[in-house]
Design a binder for this molecule. Structure first.
Ligand SMILES: Cc1ncc(COP(=O)(O)O)c(C=O)c1O
Length: 364
């Protein structure tokens, strides 16, 4: 007997979201392809790390790039550097950005930096918000797409206008590009074009790219060389990072060309959710990347019961994790990757018909 939603999801014949299991085989596959004589990197130096940094700098259109074990470390350091340069302790970002809600206040506790929370938590930061800001900040951090509100994006023209404003006011612009590759098909831009609007950029290797862990921080040489000093101070200069780097490199080459496919999959799947199932909607209605949120006008526990039964009857697993959204509502994140293409479309359609039925019965 399946007890939890996660158990039911893990047992489903066709899990819909993600690339696949995060198990040891991922690393084994990486090393299967590689020459055992490749030398390890050592404390941030050596061919393995330097070649990958050069490759990523070129891809992002920046003079220099540094590999970090985590985005959390890379971004706190980026903001610290911009604050030190300006002699200020203030930055601005969205109230639901990763630094504010997922990092145990690292930025405040370790660097004594005070964030100005821009915009309402339910919407994107606008040019107006930036223009109306009273505080004299060193840096504005923009997260593209804004994950916690379903992966929304500003219009590209608005982004350009925010960048121009920041440049004119002497405010550095930093990109939280944890999901940068995933938004390029929608914007119809290259990574370098988007990054040219920003002074510093962080990208991840374990979201759309599907690697194990790791991050790149890119910018001008003067900025990245300072970031290496802080990486050492944070204990991020592991003697060997090659398992992450070699895996990230392989996953990058394999999945970067598939970002359009993941994006189209998200648009298609959101269409199925938005096909008249009472109380169920997606945010955004039409995705602008490979992700979106599903909102349900029913409590988490009720939705879990429906989905567990649905997975058992259809073999289709929609999510393993539902969050409470207050006032008797709930939501979950959908992020599409390699798995989606393997699902027979008729099985998926049947699952959505059954979901429709089950939700209707619950509401009667
Ligand atoms: C938008 C965003 N920024 C930053 C991070 C931090 O990345 P890491 O887990 O590598 O520290 C994440 C991770 O989920 C993220 O989603």
């Amino acid at each position: 007997m399946v007890k939890t939603l996660l158990e039911a999801f893990n047992k489903a014949e066709y899990p819909v979201v993600g690339h696949g299991k995060r198990h040891v085989q991922v690393l084994k596959n990486t090393f299967d392809h590689l020459d055992g004589e490749i030398d390890s990197d050592i404390y941030g130096t050596g061919k393995v790390i330097e070649d990958f940094q050069t490759k990523m700098a070129a891809y992002l259109g920046k003079p220099s790039a540094v590999f970090f074990p985590s985005g959390t470390m890379a971004q706190q350091i980026a903001l610290r550097l911009w604050c030190d340069e300006k002699g200020s302790k203030k930055v601005a970002y969205h109230p639901l950005c990763h630094l504010e809600i997922h990092e145990q206040d690292g930025l405040k506790e370790l660097h004594h930096i005070e964030p100005v929370l821009l915009a309402d938590k339910d919407r994107l930061i606008t040019l107006e918000d930036v223009r109306n800001m009273k505080e004299d900040i060193a840096c504005l951090l923009l997260e593209l797409p804004q994950r916690e509100i379903g992966g929304q994006l500003p219009a590209y023209e608005e982004l350009e206008a925010i960048a121009a404003h920041c440049r004119a006011k002497g405010i550095k612009l930093h990109l939280d590009g944890a999901r940068l590759y995933e938004i390029l098909p929608y914007y119809g831009k290259t990574a370098a074009e988007v990054c040219s609007l920003f002074d510093s950029v962080y990208v991840s290797f374990y979201k759309g790219i599907g690697g194990i862990a790791g991050a790149i921080l890119a910018g001008e040489e003067a900025f990245t060389s300072q970031s290496k000093i802080w990486k050492r101070r944070h204990g991020g200069d592991l003697i060997s990072l090659y398992p992450y780097i070699l895996n990230a490199d392989l996953a990058f080459d394999e999945r970067l060309p598939k970002m359009e496919q993941y994006y189209q999959a998200a648009v298609e799947l959101a269409g199925m959710y938005n096909n008249g199932i009472e109380g169920i909607t997606t945010r955004p209605v039409t995705p602008v990347s490979n992700m979106f949120h599903v909102h349900a006008a029913m409590p988490k526990e009720k939705l879990e019961q429906i989905l567990i039964a649905l997975y058992e009857e259809t073999g289709i697993g929609l999510t393993g994790n539902i969050r409470d959204a207050g006032e008797g509502t709930s939501y979950y994140e959908v992020s599409l990757g390699d798995r989606y293409a393997a699902i027979p479309k008729d099985r998926l359609r049947q699952a959505f018909e059954l979901l429709h039925e089950k939700v209707k019965q619950t509401l009667i």
